[in-house]
Design a protein around this ligand. Structure first.
Ligand code: MG
Length: 378
């Protein structure tokens, strides 16, 4: 950690939590479930003695990482006693305590870390990336996922992405049938040659179907194929690697460093999708990236259904993780929410996400939106 943080004596005096439902523009289908109408996120605000505030976001999905109710309780009830009254210098100890205070709730721990470092960064006038490590990039290529069951609407989105100079798309597959997946990939390759396609099944295939369908989709040359089978099907992942020439990326199989150890031992993938909501924060995500680098595997900056606030934490992590070379998918704030929670637009230029250099996470949250979209507050 940056030594300036270790000297920060100012204390945290308040912890506030909001459960929000933030409206979205369309339905999206994935191999493991559907999102429609709104995404549910939990926002954490920490206040220090000098009245400065820091924000973090937990972005759970009940079929993937956890529930908003569980993450709200994790922050409001189980982590609160370890946070209020602490000096900001006690960051490492507090995060270690958080690991033991409540099992799982990785999204809540990511929110705690982000809010803590946002607050510390604002007091120290340093960006979060500077508290985490050495900056290795200032921009991150953006990928946008296409998951609308109405393919015509995804075609309209793809046209907008081309106009915006976005270079990558990820087709969500395995939620309808194989012919639909093949048709969409062929269509995108033929009609949108500037968009490099990736495939993500989100565990949507049975092992038997994966052994039949994944080699066929591989013949259309997506630039990688993500998580065709259930998270625990390590043997099938290893087998699929032998049947495909394009890289196989693991997502749901690898939450944090503990899973990464097994994944590497079993050789389940050619790359890994790293998400702060799975790992339990930026620092643990960086650990996964380092383990991947040690094995010669590239990493991808994945996300959950997030607002721009959670995206920002992911951006600061990728800014200091040299091995996350496959870009990021922080598209929801711009292309999926009816409106984001940040005051200013999430920073994307020419298809690249810009790493903020302003203090903390680098952008302001619009507090009026906390009231507007509130389901429950602490
Ligand atoms: Mg995925």
């Amino acid at each position: 950690m940056n030594s300036a943080l270790l000297d920060l004596d100012e204390k945290i005096i308040a912890l506030d939590v909001w459960h929000l439902a933030v409206p979205v523009v369309s339905r999206r289908d994935h191999g493991i479930g559907t999102v429609a109408d709104s995404i549910e996120v939990v926002i954490l605000r920490l206040t220090s003695e000098s009245g400065k505030v820091g924000y973090g976001e937990a972005s759970p999905w009940s079929v993937f990482t956890g529930t908003p109710e569980g993450n709200f309780a994790a922050l409001d009830r189980y982590l609160r006693p370890n946070v209020v009254g602490k000096k900001l210098s006690e960051f490492e100890d507090t995060m270690a305590l958080a690991q033991r205070a409540v099992v799982h709730a990785t999204e809540a721990k990511a929110a705690l870390e982000a809010a803590w470092l946002d607050l510390a960064g604002k007091i120290l006038s340093r960006p979060v990336w500077q508290l985490l490590g050495e900056k290795c990039r200032s921009t991150i290529p953006l990928s946008c996922s296409l998951a609308n069951p109405d393919f015509e609407q995804d075609i309209a989105l793809a046209e907008r992405l081309v106009d915006d100079e976005v270079g990558y798309i990820k087709l969500k597959t395995g939620f309808k049938d194989h012919a639909f997946d093949m048709m969409r990939l062929e269509h995108m390759k033929t009609h949108f040659p500037s968009l490099t396609p990736r495939i993500d099944y989100n565990q949507g295939l049975s092992v038997d179907d994966a052994l039949k369908y994944v080699p066929e989709i591989d013949r259309l040359d997506p630039s990688f194929i993500e998580q065709p089978v259930a998270y625990h099907e390590y043997e099938a992942m290893t087998e699929l690697r032998k049947l495909t020439k394009n890289p196989l990326v693991a997502d749901e199989s690898i939450f944090g460093p503990e899973d990464m150890k097994w994944a590497l031992a079993e050789n389940i993938s050619d790359g890994v999708s790293i998400k702060i909501m799975k790992s339990g924060g930026m620092k643990r995500g960086m650990q996964v990236a380092e383990m991947a680098a040690g094995a010669g595997l590239p990493a991808y900056g994945g996300d959950m259904f997030e607002t721009g606030l959670a995206h920002l934490a992911g951006v600061h992590m990728i800014a200091v993780a040299p091995n996350i070379t496959l870009g990021c998918e922080f598209y929801q704030a711009t292309y999926y929410l009816e409106e984001d929670l940040l005051v200013d637009p999430f920073p994307i230029e020419n298809g690249e996400v810009i790493v903020p250099d302003a203090p903390g996470l680098g952008m302001e949250l619009d507090e009026k939106k906390l009231e507007k979209y509130c389901v429950k507050a602490s």
